[in-house]
Design a protein around this ligand. Sequence first.
Ligand code: BTN
Length: 254
Amino acid sequence: MVMMNNDYNMIKLAEVDSTNEYAKKIAKAGAKHFTVVIAEKQSAGKGRLGRRFLSHAGTGIFMSIVLRPDIEPEMASRLTLVAAVAVRRVLNNICQLETAIKWPNDLVSDGKKVCGILTEMSTEMGRVKYVILGVGINVSNESFEDELSDVATSILMLTGKRYDKETIIEAVLKEFLLYYEKFLITGDLSCIKREYDSCLVNKDKMVKIINGNTVLQGICRGVGNAGELLVETEKGMEKIISGEVSVRGVYGYV
Ligand code: BTN
């Protein structure tokens, strides 16, 4: 089903493998800027670093937005951080839920993930052709099984309340659009850096950066304007680029 709004077109699906994959297909076929794909259920929801994102029917918000910003490819991953700040605000405003950001893309509360963001892009001639911004929010899961129970949580588990998904979706789109427009003015994160740093879960704490077999340890000092994580090590300040790296608090998930 396709719905129109002044700001965006919305495609609602009962089930899909991944809304990011679906959004990529329609973007390749010419879908307009700010086309939003929402599914009730994903059979192969994807997370960063090849992980999966649990997406059972009715439990969460599984949403991808097709964006067509006129930016250079290295700027696209910054949109993950922009979206994290926007979703955090919405959870705070609508659900009175305080979350922190685990760089670059997770919103956590009570030491567990409640929202994940996955940004993918396609380029042509050194420019961005489209960006797919995928947002997954655990809304009404009553519990998580096995190893997920240590790392995942939901709005219901955190607040004890059931929230209307449509209300959250509308608010996320509105809030993201505001931040997105600010971001495009400079193309860097100067517009959100202060807010992002203030809710960065590991700020001024010891972190481990895991990159394949390499582990770097230091104190997290916030993000730079390009979205890189600044980590103070014995050798000086290291800039960690959001790629194939995983950040861990020295103890536990965050
Ligand atoms: C992560 O946890 O590393 C990111 C999770 C992103 C999940 C969302 S759900 C909607 C969209 N479709 C996907 O397959 N992934 C994203």
